[in-house]
Design a protein around this ligand. Structure first.
Ligand SMILES: Nc1ncnc2c1ncn2[C@@H]1O[C@H](COP(=O)(O)OP(=O)(O)OP(=O)(O)O)[C@@H](O)[C@H]1O
Length: 806
């Protein structure tokens, strides 16, 4: 036995307990089931820890005389002849037969796992990895590839694998686990784009790819090229350009870059864009767009070739041209795991189905069609079906698995979810939910709250937050803009948030105040800049606006004179040291983070005297450290960009102004704490894969489909791409034939996608969901917003068919 043992004993005695402990000490995972009461195991130091870490899975199962007097031992998941007892355990305890088989399967067929939310997809993948490494002496972690949907998920996975190995080491003190931990460093765990890069530079040398190749964005160059090619078009086809002569140039450039962005999102190669159907419209935008887009992409491709660089989307779009022509492969891939497979696009599916036979590796693809929420990035919710068909066409054997037991949400919630999801099926035709999709409670619990509908206007929200702010709570919304709105609402109630907003770094307070400090130096004679500076953490912040007005004289510099007495900045030092050194010196002297903390605490006490003082102090401490961290990070970025000495104040000012206006990537650094008074606020896309005790759903009335704005559709039919558009110009709009004939179907798809998004949001909750909507669901008409899909849990008729099974 190398990896696990499954035991069934009708009764438990000390000897059996000791046997289990001994297995565990040898690094053998134990599944133990009995009719006996084993509650006391939780309090036993060894067994309790093993239960907690998942090395011991144990439960009391319902009594059945058929199994009384029987004992069962299954080694390393060799399940032949044991199907009956496994099915019995699966039905009447927390044991999960499908998970168990998946974890231990020894055959060489590929596994496709379709599983609902919280059914242990991630857990099973990690377990399987451990099983494989334990069972095959010759296998190395570097021969297993794990593909995740985002970089964050990849970090999360790697951490989980390393944690599992550390736990094995703690349990056994066997040094092989330390070696394995190091070995994990050489395992590929990352996104499909990351893997495509490794693949291209390793296998694609013959086609001009190499490890020195840069992967970077070309947004700025793209914009310039669009402008250039629009001008060219205007010269070449003056009459076709005529309808757009009065359209502001920036609008035209923006619309065209949106078209290109859409093409990038779907990883469409240049040759396919050349064959793309742009439809027709009265303003003839289709003609202009096709011309400019193709010319821009063609020139950009040349530039990238010369730079020896690729953009992220090229990594996927160039794949077919390479793998179709490869003969010998170098990478040693024996097992391949793909998480969130439902969100793969067509090119990615065919890449994966090509990889499996090409490397003769075993594929393990996991996902949940009901959680497919990346259609805008090209995800195709028929991905599983395509994968199965393509693998079978290549003569590969595929086994399907379905996981239904949910170990996350309370039984009450699960019953209500199932009832609700069945109702959705009636309202949203393409939301599929059959009895196979129902979530079955995997664990016993007695949480009674379920789905609750409440109004979240100001006073109620405050009341709700008062109750939940110390719990593990997340507020989930649909967009980044909604995140900002909720952060403001929550902060206005005197509570604090933990919100990740992409692009927030260059707009954060430490960066803004640092920028004002620079402006104070580059514009020493401008009163407005001086007053702004005075109010920052670098200034005294003692002169108020009314004092300034009182000091008013007709003399031009009255404000500067007043503020000069309150300004300790010694700009003369700039003659001796570099700009960056000067700024660093100023930071050391002023200790801006400490000043920020003091002022913040004073304001908090003034504005919310009734609020918990300890919570406010904790928040101030956190904000002080975050201010310091972000400022340090800013200096790091500046030095990286300019070196220690070269940059002048003007260079720094320009760089920051540009970044503050345009950056959408850098996120302000936050201190994360497992337990915090801060309420998490995030989009559902960010919450994917996470779980919280309480989920709050405000802003559920915002419509899925906004009438009248610019809209682009990229459709794939009969091997050909088609672009549909409706573009709003200043005084008219361009709408093409493809848009008009497809928009109805597209809207139906959007509603289905939003329904799946709500499925993800609800299923993050462990104990309860609070939604800002009325108690009953709209029964007829088009589904327009989340609120139309929500209902108070108590009204949801939970029929026995959808009740958790045990
Ligand atoms: N067999 C099991 N017994 C007990 N707990 C389990 C079992 N399998 C998974 N869990 C627990 O259930 C929770 C959900 O598991 P996991 O995150 O792996 O699910 P998932 O299917 O990846 O979820 P989602 O798709 O919704 O993100 C975790 O807390 C995990 O530890």
């Amino acid at each position: 036995m190398n990896y696990s043992i499954l035991l069934f004993y009708p009764e438990i005695n000390r000897e059996i307990e000791n046997k289990i402990k001994s297995y565990l000490q040898h690094g053998i995972k134990v599944y133990a089931y009995t009719f006996d009461d084993i509650e006391s195991w939780k309090d036993d130091p060894e067994l309790g820890l093993a239960l907690c870490k998942g090395f011991l899975r144990a439960d009391t199962t319902r009594y059945d005389s058929q199994w009384d007097g029987e004992t069962v031992h299954i080694y390393d998941g060799q399940v032949e002849r044991h199907d009956e007892i496994l099915s019995f355990l699966d039905k009447y305890s927390s044991f999960n037969k499908e998970q168990y088989i998946l974890e231990h399967t020894g055959t060489l067929s590929h596994s496709i796992v379709k599983a609902g939310a919280g059914t242990g997809k991630t857990t099973t993948m990690i377990n399987r990895l451990m099983y494989l490494r334990h069972m095959d002496e010759t296998l190395r972690f570097s021969e297993m590839v794990m593909i995740t949907f985002t970089n964050e998920a990849a970090i999360h996975m790697r951490t989980k694998v390393i944690e599992a190995l550390r736990d094995y080491y703690e349990l056994t003190k066997d040094s092989k686990y330390l070696l394995w931990t190091e070995e994990v460093g050489s395992m590929f765990i990352g996104t499909i784009h990351g893997f495509a890069r490794v693949f291209l530079v390793t296998e694609g040398e013959r086609f001009g790819f190499h490890s020195g190749m840069d992967v970077r964005g070309y947004k700025h160059e793209r914009k310039k090229l669009i402008e250039k090619h629009v001008d060219r078009f205007a010269n070449m086809y003056p009459s076709d350009y005529e309808p757009f002569r009065k359209v502001p140039h920036y609008q035209l450039t923006y619309a065209l870059s949106q078209v290109i962005e859409k093409i990038y999102n779907k990883s469409i190669s240049l040759d396919k864009v050349i064959g793309m159907d742009f439809g027709t419209d009265d303003t003839r935008f289709h003609f202009l767009a096709k011309h400019v887009v193709v010319d821009v992409l063609r020139e950009l491709e040349q530039i990238k070739r010369m730079d020896s660089a690729l953009e992220i989307s090229d990594l996927i779009s160039t794949l077919p041209s390479v793998y179709g022509r490869l003969k010998e492969l170098k990478m040693p891939v024996r097992y391949m795991f793909v998480d969130e497979f439902q969100d793969s696009d067509e090119v990615q599916v065919s890449f994966v189905s090509w990889l499996a036979p090409a490397y003769a590796c075993q594929l393990f693809a996991v996902g949940d069609i009901k959680q497919s929420i990346y259609r805008f990035r090209g995800a195709d919710y028929t991905a599983f079906q395509q994968l199965q068909e393509q693998l079978e066409e290549k003569g590969q054997t595929v086994r399907q698995f379905a996981l239904q037991k949910n170990y996350r949400s309370s039984r009450k919630l699960l019953g209500q979810f199932n009832a609700l999801f069945h109702k959705w099926k009636e309202r949203v035709p393409s939301f599929q939910f059959t009895s196979q999709d129902e979530l079955i409670a995997g664990l016993a619990d007695d949480h009674r709250e379920g789905i609750q509908t409440v109004s979240m206007e100001k006073t109620n929200l405050k009341y709700l937050l008062q109750r939940l702010h110390k719990e593990d709570t997340a507020v989930l919304v649909r967009s980044n803009r909604d995140v900002q709105e909720m952060v403001q609402n929550i902060e206005k109630s005197g509570f604090f948030c933990e919100a990740e907003i992409a692009g927030s770094f260059f707009r954060s307070l430490p960066v803004r105040e640092f920028y004002i400090l620079i402006r104070r130096l580059t514009h020493p004679r401008v009163a407005k800049e001086r007053f702004a500076f005075h109010q920052t953490v670098y200034g005294e912040n003692t002169v108020t606006v009314s004092e300034l007005l009182r000091a008013f004289t007709y003399e031009e510099n009255f404000a500067l004179k007043l503020l000069a007495d309150h300004d300790s900045l010694n700009a003369e030092r700039l003659k001796e040291i570099s700009a960056i050194q000067f700024l660093e010196e100023t930071i050391r002297r002023c200790k801006p983070h400490e000043v920020h903390a003091k002022r913040l605490y004073r304001t908090m006490r003034q504005e919310f005297p009734e609020q918990d003082k300890m919570m406010q102090q904790e928040e101030v401490r956190l904000q002080m450290r975050e201010y310091e961290m972000n400022l340090e990070y800013l200096l790091y970025l500046l030095k990286k960009q300019f070196g220690d000495f070269q940059a002048s104040l003007y260079d720094l000012e320009h760089y920051l102004a540009f970044k503050m206006a345009t950056d959408t990537e850098e996120t302000a650094l936050k201190i994360e704490q497992p337990i915090s008074h801060r309420i998490k606020v995030m989009t559902v896309h960010k919450a994917k894969g996470l779980e919280f005790d309480y989920v709050l759903l405000p802003l559920v009335q915002s419509p899925f489909i906004r009438a009248g704005g610019t809209e682009l559709l990229l459709l794939h039919e009969a091997q050909k791409w088609k672009l549909g558009y409706r573009i709003k110009w200043k005084d008219k709009q361009s709408v093409n034939s493809i848009y008009e004939s497809s928009i109805k179907d597209e809207n139906a798809e959007t509603i289905a996608e939003e329904t799946r998004l709500l499925y993800v949001a609800l299923t993050r909750a462990k104990k309860a969901v609070y939604a800002d909507t009325s108690a009953t669901m709209k029964e007829y008409g088009r589904v327009e917003c989340w609120s139309d899909l929500l209902e108070d849990g108590e009204r949801l008729a939970v029929s026995s068919a959808v009740l958790p099974k045990y």
